[in-house]
Design a protein around this ligand. Structure first.
Ligand SMILES: [Cu+2]
Length: 144
């Protein structure tokens, strides 16, 4: 059995809960041709069990993965987090310079002011869909 929870744009400010997962403040930055994009968001596990995000799909990129940025000898690098699990009752903040969802192989650049859908495939078998708002290229937090 496959469940689908869809959060609508109006729920971005009034976050919805799906299978114990609450997504809020989902945003992205405008990109230029040939570059990767990133999704930032606040993800809270309001349930009493860990929740793993097994897959990520978006309408704007052919591939999406959870990455973590880290400093290595003064160089900013990224690693792919293959098992992204949010422990019970914990919050993971995806933000510039830290955790993010990397959008790879974008058929066309992300335009400022646009909104696109992102879907998490959870280990429970449920899918959770939420809108992501695109800000400017230099955006450092969710666009107003
Ligand atoms: Cu990355």
């Amino acid at each position: 059995m496959k469940f689908l929870c869809v959060f609508f744009l109006s729920l971005v400010t009034l976050p919805g809960v799906c299978e114990g997962l609450q997504i809020s403040e989902a945003w992205s930055r405008a990109t230029v041709e040939g570059r990767m994009g990133a999704v930032y968001a606040t993800i809270e596990n309001t349930s009493d069990h860990p929740i793993r995000i097994e897959g990520i799909k978006t309408s704007v990129a052919m591939m999406a993965q959870v990455h973590e940025s880290y400093l290595d000898n003064g160089m900013m690098r990224m690693r792919h987090i293959e098992q992204f699990t949010i422990p019970a009752g914990e919050v993971r903040k995806l933000a510039p310079g830290g955790l993010h969802i990397m959008l790879m192989r974008l058929p066309k650049p992300l335009a400022e002011g646009a909104t696109f859908e992102t879907k998490f495939e959870l280990d429970s078998g449920a899918d959770l869909e939420f809108p992501v708002v695109v800000g400017s290229m230099g955006q450092m937090s969710k666009p107003e």
